[in-house]
Design a protein around this ligand. Structure first.
Ligand code: ADP
Ligand code: MG
Length: 532
């Protein structure tokens, strides 16, 4: 019985489990690689390829290749279109998960079923829900959605008696994620999270591409615009630029052959023309540290480097220069997240409460005997000392509501701010607007602002609903308390209470962008019809 950790990355994904010696181990894919490019390529007749094979088709058939789907998770308006079929971000992610799970299952001779999937700490409610549904659509039993930096910290083996404050600097392929966590007594708590989810190694690749285009066009006189307009040429360059970047982590200079020319790039040139990107990660890091400072963090024991892009020598060097007093350590950049997720999954299974539903898909499919065996071997204290790891979390986005304010205009007002520890509760003292009002319209938004009043453009609508019926015959301005609760899984529930009468109404929070049961079934059918 194995539980798997899956790092479903923007550009690369990875799967791991804990072996019989208690060590987390990555399972290579069918191509013998430890990480699989999160790229899906559709072919005529319902065949899809995932990984390197899909990535290679970028220069032959770029229109049927889907990459960086993680950036679209939780978005309703995005579908990928290939061969007369539309695929949601959940379906594309499910295809990636299926490939990874299938390969791992074949390598180990055992089906991959129970999994913990990771997501960035900044993912909001809908992105988490979409990630879980992708797992379900891939036929997996999703035990938990775990934050990537928390998984990295678990894998790093922070099980110290001494409380520690750790900053996880995760520069991946498509995202930059900085998270400040506190570790003590087997508990891992996210204190603050920030970063830029539209920046990552791909941006470094693009800088190389621009440089190569500029230099090659200068040499052969071709117009820069015509090169940019050529999809196949650009797809080819995308692959070459990434390869060149990786080589520059080892060598002082590389040569890129492109469009009949050879362009040489030295590491110092590369560092120079990408320095604005690196600087922006430093700025974001300081912003997040400031948030943590407000919550009492005044020193750091360690900076953990996670994510494939931290292999670029410029990252380590710049962080050491910026924070000379904090030790900077590499944390198995490509594998720590998957490994930590596997360790967490096993720990969860070892300490799971048994109930009927555990064997019906809501918990690990594990027998009591297996559980006892696990506890004997489990890390974080052995034998009778074995303890569950407790994960404490914060919400990564603000929760706001639309209100008619004193100026008689509608405003979106933040109620619960990002980085608030969950579970949490917040009461908004509001009132009815008109006499005899029987319902209250309620619109809920998510945003990353730090202000109380937020511009609608910066918000993502989560819920557009109604609270009611209210007691009959209320005057205008009748006091209504709206209670926002967020549970430990980040799920939001809302109650409205008319204080004088004690009438309470509960609002089902149906996320606008989540797939319904029926829609999920449709996506499952589409995914199952494909030959992966
Ligand atoms: P994500 O989780 O966002 O998918 P990863 O953590 O797997 O990303 O990192 C992938 C990124 O790391 C890619 O942009 C890849 O090019 C980059 N990368 C991997 N190895 C190296 C290396 N040796 N030098 C520089 N960049 C690297
Ligand atoms: Mg990652």
């Amino acid at each position: 019985m194995k539980i798997f950790g899956i790092d479903l990355g923007t550009t690369y994904s990875c799967i791991a489990f804990v072996n019989e010696y208690g060590a987390a181990e990555v399972v290579p894919n069918a191509e013998s690689q430890t990480t699989t490019p999160s790229v899906v390529a559709f072919e005529e007749g319902g065949t899809v390829s995932v990984g390197d094979a899909a990535k290679e088709t970028l220069n032959t058939d770029p229109d049927n290749v889907c990459s960086t789907i993680k950036r679209q998770m939780g978005k309703r308006d995005f579908t990928f279109y290939a061969f007369d079929q539309e695929y949601t971000p959940e379906a594309i992610s499910a295809i990636i998960l299926k490939k990874i799970a299938k390969d791992a299952g074949e390598a180990l001779g055992e089906e991959v079923k129970d999994v913990v999937i990771t997501c960035p700490a900044y993912f909001g409610l809908e992105e988490r829900e979409a990630t879980k549904k992708a797992g379900i659509a891939a036929g997996l039993n999703v035990l938990a959605i775990l934050n990537e930096p928390t998984a990295a910290a678990i894998s790093y083996g922070i099980k110290t008696e001494e409380p520690q404050t750790v900053m996880v600097y995760d520069l991946g392929g498509g995202t930059f994620d900085v998270t400040i966590i506190k570790v003590e007594n087997n508990s891992i708590r996210v204190v603050a999270t920030g970063g830029d989810h539209m920046m990552g190694g791909k941006d470094w690749d693009e800088k190389i591409s621009s440089y190569v285009i500029e230099q090659s066009c200068q040499a052969n006189g071709e117009s820069v615009d015509s090169v940019y307009a050529d999809n196949e040429l650009m797809g080819d360059l995308e692959l070459k630029s990434e390869k060149a970047k990786k080589q520059l982590s080892q060598k002082d200079s590389v040569k890129v052959k492109f469009n009949g020319e050879t362009v040489e790039i030295s590491r110092s040139q590369f560092d120079q023309f990408t320095s604005d990107l690196l600087e922006s990660t430093i700025t974001k890091t300081h912003e997040t540290m400031l948030e943590a400072e407000k919550k009492g963090v005044d020193h750091y024991d360690k900076i953990l480097l996670v994510g494939g892009s931290t292999r670029m020598p410029q990252v380590d060097a710049r962080l050491k220069q910026e924070f000379p007093n904090i030790p900077v350590e590499f944390c198995d950049p490509d594998q720590s997240v998957a490994k930590g997720a596997a360790m967490y999954g096993l720990n969860m299974a070892a300490f799971a409460e048994f109930s009927e539903k555990d064997n019906n898909g809501d918990g690990p499919t594990i027998t009591k005997e297996e559980q006892e065996e696990l506890r004997r071997n489990v890390f974080f204290g052995t034998g009778s000392q074995a303890k569950p790891i407790t994960i404490k979390n914060v919400i990564s986005q603000c929760i706001a509501v639309k209100l008619i304010c004193e100026d008689n205009k509608e405003h979106i007002v933040n109620q619960i701010f990002k980085n608030t520890e969950i579970p949490c509760e917040h009461v908004l003292h509001a009132g009815t607007h008109q006499a005899n009002q029987t319902t209250v319209a309620i619109e809920i938004f998510e945003n990353a602002s730090t202000d109380e009043y937020v511009n609608e453009d910066l918000c993502k609508a989560l819920v557009d609903g109604e609270l009611g019926p209210l007691p009959a015959g209320l005057p205008a301005g009748a006091p209504i308390d709206v209670v926002f609760k967020i549970d430990e899984n980040g799920l939001l529930s809302i109650d409205a209470e008319h204080k004088p009468s004690g009438a309470v109404k509960h609002l089902e929070v149906n996320l606008q962008n989540a797939l319904s049961k029926e829609e999920l079934q449709e996506e499952i059918a589409k995914v199952n019809a494909l030959h992966i």
